[in-house]
Design a protein around this ligand. Structure first.
Ligand code: NAP
Length: 305
C-alpha cells in the first residue's frame, strides 16, 4: 500500500493565523482606541527561555499588539513572583499574562501559574483553565496542545474513534493534549516514565504525540504505517522527540521539526491574547455604548469564561 504523507505545516498555518489576527487587532484598536498588551514574565537567565519569550513578544508586535516584558532575576522568590503577577492581574491595560516555563527550581511554579487571573490566562496554564478545558467548557487551552489540535483539525485528519497515544504527561503538554484528544472522541492512552511496554503501546496508535523531552526517544519502528505523527519536542540539531525522518514516508501525516508544533504554540498564544482582549475591551466599550445608546460592531468573541 502506498501513502502520500501530509506534512503538517505549522509555519504556514501560523502565518495565516497571524494575518487574520492583524485584522482583529486593528478592529479592536479602531473600536476601543486601546492597543492590547500581552505581559511576558521571564525569571532567570535560561537562554532557551529567553529566546522563546522574545519570539512570543515579537509575534505579539507583528499582529499590532504590545508586549510588556518583565524579566526578573534568578533569585526571585515565590512571594516576589506572586506579587508581580498580582500587579499584572490588576493592570487593566494587560489582556494576557505569559509566565515562561520553567521558572527556577526554588520557585513554586504551580502556585504562580494558578495566581494568573482566569481571564488573563492566555497560555492556558492554570488548574482552573485545565479543569474547564477537560470538562469541555470554554477556556483558553494550554498553548502547545491547543496549537497541535488546530493543526490536526486544519488538515481534517481523523480523530474520532482513533487510538491516540500520548507519550508524556506534563501539565503544559501531555495531560492537556490527552484531554483535548479525548474531547474529540479519540480513545486515549497516556504514557510516562513508569509505563511498561511502551513500544508495544505506541505500535497500537493511530495518532502518536511525542512530548517526552528526549531527542528521538520514540523510535520509528514503534510506529505503525499510516499513523498521524505529532512531535512536540525540539532539540539541538533540529530534531524532536520522535525519529520523524525515519517514519515520515509511511505516515498519514507528520509534523516537521522545526516548523510544525513550535510556530503553532506561538500563534495560539497570540490568538488567545486577541480573544482575551476582545472579551475584556469590548465588554467595556459595550457598557459605555449602552450608556450612550451607541451601536458597537462586535468581532467574533467567544463567551469564554
Ligand atoms: P517534561 O515536563 O519534562 O515532561 C516530560 C514527560 O515525559 C513526563 O511526563 C515524563 O514522565 C515523560 N517521560 C520521561 N521519560 C520517559 C520515558 N523513558 N518513557 C516515557 N515517558 C517518559 O516536558 P514537557 O514540558 O512536557 O516537554 C516535552 C517536550 O516538548 C520537550 O521536548 C519540550 O522541549 C517540548 N515542548 C515544545 C513546545 C513547543 O512550543 N514546541 C512547548 C513545550 C514543550 P513522568 O511524568 O513520569 O516524569
Amino acid at each position: 500500500m502506498s501513502y502520500t504523507p501530509v506534512l503538517l505545516d505549522g509555519k504556514a498555518l501560523s502565518k495565516e493565523i497571524e494575518e487574520s489576527l492583524k485584522k482583529r487587532v486593528a478592529n479592536i484598536i479602531r473600536q476601543t482606541g486601546v492597543v492590547p498588551v500581552l505581559a511576558t514574565v521571564l525569571v532567570g537567565n535560561d537562554p532557551s527561555s529567553e529566546v522563546y519569550v522574545k519570539m512570543k513578544g515579537n509575534a505579539c508586535e507583528r499582529v499590532g499588539m504590545k508586549s510588556l516584558k518583565l524579566h526578573l532575576p534568578e533569585e526571585t522568590t515565590t512571594g516576589q513572583l506572586l506579587a508581580a503577577i498580582d500587579k499584572l492581574n490588576n493592570d487593566d491595560s494587560v489582556c494576557g499574562i505569559l509566565l515562561q516555563h520553567p521558572v527556577p527550581a526554588h520557585i513554586n511554579e504551580r502556585e504562580c501559574f494558578d495566581r494568573i487571573a482566569a481571564e488573563k490566562d492566555v497560555d492556558g496554564v492554570t488548574c482552573h483553565g485545565f479543569g474547564r478545558m477537560a470538562m469541555n467548557e470554554p477556556a483558553f487551552g494550554s498553548a502547545t496542545p491547543a496549537g497541535i489540535m488546530k493543526l490536526i483539525k486544519h488538515y481534517n485528519l481523523p480523530i474520532e474513534g482513533k487510538h491516540a497515544v500520548v507519550v508524556g504527561r506534563s501539565p503544559i503538554l501531555g495531560k492537556p493534549v490527552a484531554m483535548m484528544l479525548l474531547n474529540e472522541n479519540a480513545t486515549v492512552t497516556i504514557c510516562h516514565s513508569k509505563t511498561e511496554g511502551l513500544p508495544e503501546i505506541v505500535k497500537g496508535a493511530d495518532i502518536v504525540v511525542g512530548a517526552v523531552g528526549k531527542p528521538e526517544f520514540i523510535k520509528a519502528d514503534w510506529i505503525k504505517d499510516n499513523a498521524i505523527v505529532i512531535d512536540a519536542g525540539y532539540h539541538a540539531g533540529g530534531i524532536g522527540d520522535i525519529e520523524i525522518s525515519k517514519v515520515k514516508d509511511r505516515a498519514m501525516a507528520y509534523t516537521p521539526v522545526p516548523g510544525g508544533v513550535g510556530p503553532m504554540t506561538i500563534a495560539t498564544l497570540i490568538m488567545q491574547n486577541v480573544e482575551s482582549a476582545e472579551i475584556q475591551l469590548f465588554k467595556n466599550i459595550k457598557l459605555q455604548s449602552d450608556i450612550e445608546g451607541g451601536v458597537v460592531e462586535l468581532a467574533e468573541t467567544p463567551a469564554l469564561l
